[in-house]
Ligand binder design. Structure first.
Ligand SMILES: [Zn+2]
Ligand SMILES: [Zn+2]
Length: 341
């Protein structure tokens, strides 16, 4: 019985299905929370609103404003005219790799990833809200400042080495992304009034709700989440169906196997029955005392008991006696057919 292939397929399917279900609910919950978060305009009254709340805290709100560095901004490494507050520098290596199946396929590997962050705020005119811990955001939209791919020109030695090592360099991709100064972004998170800096601060929510720093409007963000929620729902249906189909296959295979086993044992039983019947018909009736079964005193002795070696039972009686030899009481380990002349 081999269910290995189906078992693996079902296992993989269930893992994917579970991941899709998790993502579906994550999007659904995020949508509900964002829709429930009040949108507050950044103005002079905002500080008062926060201060009147318990613990001087609004647990989940959305605000929108332009990015302003608190101090000197980061200057882009690729474009000196661009300044920002969060910078991502990533170096990715693209290779062609021989997989275990023997095929060559593209793959990429992050060689280095650096984030540079400096304190910043979002706001308008004179009122600003400091943004804390931007890298903890679930969504942090940044502009791509530069994205360069430098292909590797391989030498003959590289080709030979690559063939044996199973890996060939294709090139290196360097990317720079930045949250630029002056960009208008929507921040969704926890809004607190911090005593030490006497400033309003937007930070990752302590209740586990998602933290967003996005250049989208709230409505676009909700629409995007709704779209991805719908996609995950479709994936759930797809992988759920695949799971059911594989499950059906396994059940069908099992039932068929069971049926075959039952048929087989029935056939064996019938064969045995007919063999026994034939034997009964062939039995000699007038046998001397020492050649008849010690139990029924009727049939000829046909079975040898082991290990004691007594030939004392007919086949019919041997079916009922399997613990001890009726002659010497020795335990019976094995019975064999005895051919008595
Ligand atoms: Zn007997
Ligand atoms: Zn015996």
């Amino acid at each position: 019985m081999d269910y290995l292939t189906e078992g693996i397929a079902l296992g993989v399917d269930l893992v994917i299905l579970a991941a899709c279900i998790k993502q579906y609910y994550k999007n659904k919950n995020a949508m509900a929370m964002i829709q429930g978060a009040p949108y507050l305009t950044i103005n002079k009254d905002l500080k008062e609103i926060v201060e009147t709340h318990p613990e001087k805290k609004l647990s989940y709100v959305s605000i929108r404003g332009t990015v302003k560095p608190l101090g000197r901004p980061i200057v882009s490494s690729n474009n000196p005219n661009v300044t920002g507050v969060v910078q991502l520098l990533r170096i990715k290596e693209h290779v062609i790799q021989r997989s275990t199946t023997g095929f060559w396929s593209d793959s990429e590997r992050v060689v280095q990833e650096v984030h540079n962050v400096m304190p910043f705020s979002i706001g308008n005119k004179a009122v600003f809200v400091e943004v804390a811990d931007p890298l903890a955001a679930d969504v942090l939209d940044m502009d791509t400042i530069s994205d360069v791919f430098n292909p590797t020109v391989p030498s003959v030695m590289d080709h030979i080495w690559g063939f044996f090592a199973g890996i060939r360099q294709r090139g290196v991709q360097s990317t720079e992304k930045m949250l630029r100064e002056g960009t208008t972004i929507t921040g969704i998170g926890e809004l607190v009034y911090s005593q030490d800096s006497s400033m309003l601060r937007l930070q990752p929510p302590s209740n586990g709700a998602p933290f967003y720093l996005t250049n989208m409007q709230v409505t676009s963000l909700v629409k995007k989440l709704d779209g991805s929620k719908r996609n995950y729902k479709l994936l759930c249906i797809l992988f759920g169906t695949i799971g059911l189909v594989i499950g059906g296959f396994i059940i069908r295979k099992y039932l068929r196997h069971k049926d075959r086993q039952l048929e087989e044992s029935k056939r064996k039983q019938q064969l045995e029955e007919s063999r026994r019947k034939r034997r009964r018909q062939m039995r000699d009736q007038n046998l001397p005392e020492n050649q008849i079964c010690v139990v029924c005193k009727n049939n000829p002795i046909e079975i040898i008991l082991l290990p004691c070696g007594h030939v004392c039972l007919c086949e019919d009686c041997s079916l009922d006696i399997s613990a001890n030899c009726p002659v010497c009481r020795a335990p019976i380990e094995k019975k064999s057919v005895a051919y008595v002349a």
